[in-house]
Design a protein around this ligand. Structure first.
Ligand code: AKG
Length: 284
């Protein structure tokens, strides 16, 4: 067709709006970049660990000062909210399930600036972007710590039975405020299980039993177990009673309902300190 005929007018040249629709950087990439995510936020080894094993342990995301503040604030919130260990009186929000012998703290977005880095840290967002590969949001930000003798969970994925033709839907980044050991309730995981079709019950009649390929994640204080949370996992029992306080930053594809409607719960004081990109991560 001749370029001089009317139908040969190049849409991109003459209709900027169409050009934008086809070439613009997607919102989620722009907002991630605004929060500091770059192509090198994760190393090639970290990306392959996520792809192959379904998780990666990220170190060096926090320093001793932050860790001390985070632990103090955690305990302060437990005192204020009475995050009772024994479920009936827990103040956990309705978005969180209750668990005997575990302290749970819901809606941490609104409970101190100290938690901002748990969901805005560029390497955390890079994991989310790498696994989900599309627009996402923060579904919930919460605390969990199992007391001595408690915390053993059945292996589970944070989603229904896996359909391999579907994209991944959920990521959980677990900040280990005290570190995880083999005996204080480090999460157990079945490496590579995010790539399997179906669910844990297909392999294990009793999901609370040990899986032959499970490992217990040992994570130093202040580091993060960042997980494609289709990977079969679960808390293990805190046998030695040493602290194992965690912050769970749980993200999902943006098309899914959040566990807690973050925009609805957002307090004015919280909103006033957030950047537009951070606000975008909270929106439903
Ligand atoms: O805190 C942990 O070790 C993992 C907890 C977990 O998987 C859950 O609460 O669903």
């Amino acid at each position: 067709m001749s370029p001089s005929t009317p139908t040969a007018i190049a849409p991109a040249a003459t209709h900027p709006s169409r050009a934008t629709a086809t070439t613009a950087t997607p919102d989620w990439r722009r907002h991630s970049a605004a929060l500091g995510v770059t192509a090198s936020s994760l190393s090639a080894a970290q990306r392959s660990s996520l792809d192959r094993d379904g998780y990666v342990i990220l170190e060096g995301l926090s320093d001793a000062t932050w860790l001390a503040r985070a632990r103090d604030r955690y305990e302060e919130l437990v005192r204020i909210e009475g995050a009772d260990l024994f479920s009936r009186h827990q103040h956990a929000g309705s978005e969180m399930h209750r668990e005997l012998g575990c302290r749970r703290l819901p809606d941490l977005v609104n409970k101190g600036e100290v938690w901002d880095q748990c969901w805005q840290e560029p390497r955390i967002l890079a994991v989310v972007a790498h696994v989900l590969e599309r627009a996402f949001h923060l579904s919930a930000l919460s605390g969990r710590d199992a007391q001595q003798g408690f915390g053993h969970q059945g292996l589970h994925a944070d989603w229904g039975p896996r359909v391999p033709s579907e994209p991944f839907h959920v990521v959980n980044c677990i900040w280990a405020l005290d570190g995880f050991t083999l005996t204080n309730g480090g999460p157990r995981l079945v490496p590579g299980s995010h790539r399997l079709a179906g669910h844990v019950g297909d392999e294990l009649a009793d999901p609370t039993a040990a899986h032959p390929r499970q490992i217990i994640a040992e994570v130093p204080p202040g580091a993060v177990l960042a997980m494609n949370s289709h990977t079969w996992h679960g808390g293990s029992a805190n046998r030695d009673g040493t602290p194992r306080r965690t912050i769970h930053a749980y993200f999902s594809g943006r098309e899914h309902l959040q566990q807690l409607n973050q925009a609805e719960y957002l307090r004015v004081r919280t909103a006033s300190r957030l950047s537009p990109a951070a606000r975008w991560i909270l929106d439903g």
